[in-house]
Design a protein around this ligand. Structure first.
Ligand code: GRF
Length: 190
């Protein structure tokens, strides 16, 4: 059932644990968001994110074919896609149809430490190896350049006391959970 008072009908694309998905679900359930999470789409059938969705009675599917993904989005009349730890490259049809309506969260201060191969721990390892004192997270629109679309929101965290890439990740993920919610709120206000 469509709720006319809700701003966006959101699909969250995931591939793994889904802690950012959880942050969005929690914010939506607390009415901090005016949008509704209507669909969770995973590239991996064993992603824990799927369990999170089911627990909150959100439809959860595992799809890889672009036409099937498009059909699923249409069926749920999705108007905003949030990529939260989604490890697949987005196809051209999806990019065109959801231009300016698809966002991604990335665990670094883009444009630094982004692009092909820069995902998950690879990012934090690179940040650690470069001896950075600050890291952070970025939410941006998705376009055909990996991690290259217009930036919506970015926040920094001091990592001078981090002794490993894992410690950097622990700090950055906390930041991400608030950032992803704040980015959706920002879009709701536009
Ligand atoms: C996050 O660091 C996100 O920025 C990146 O992948 C990770 C996913 O974490 N793209 P989770 O699945 O939301 O816990």
């Amino acid at each position: 059932m469509q709720d006319p008072l809700k701003k966006f009908r959101i699909a969250v694309f995931v591939s793994g644990g889904g802690s950012n998905l959880q942050a969005l679900i929690d914010a939506s359930e607390k009415n901090e968001l005016r949008s509704e999470i209507c669909l969770v789409l995973s590239s991996d059938p064993s992603a824990f994110a799927l369990e999170r969705a089911k627990k909150h009675r959100i439809e959860a599917v595992c799809l890889s074919d672009e036409d099937e993904i498009l059909a699923g989005l249409e069926r749920h009349t999705i108007d905003l896609i949030v990529l939260a730890g989604y490890l697949k490259i987005i196809g051209a049809k999806l990019l065109t149809k959801y231009k300016n309506r698809m966002i991604n969260i990335h665990p670094s201060l883009l444009p630094r430490f982004g692009g092909m191969g820069m995902y998950g721990m690879n990012v934090h390892r690179a940040v650690f190896a470069a001896g950075e004192t600050v890291s952070g997270a970025t939410v941006h629109f998705v376009d055909k350049v990996v991690d290259g679309g217009e930036r919506i929101l970015q926040r920094e965290v001091d990592i001078r006391d981090c002794a490993s890439p894992e410690e950097i990740q622990e700090k950055v993920i906390v930041l991400e959970h608030q950032l992803i919610v704040d980015a959706v709120k920002l879009l709701e206000e536009r």
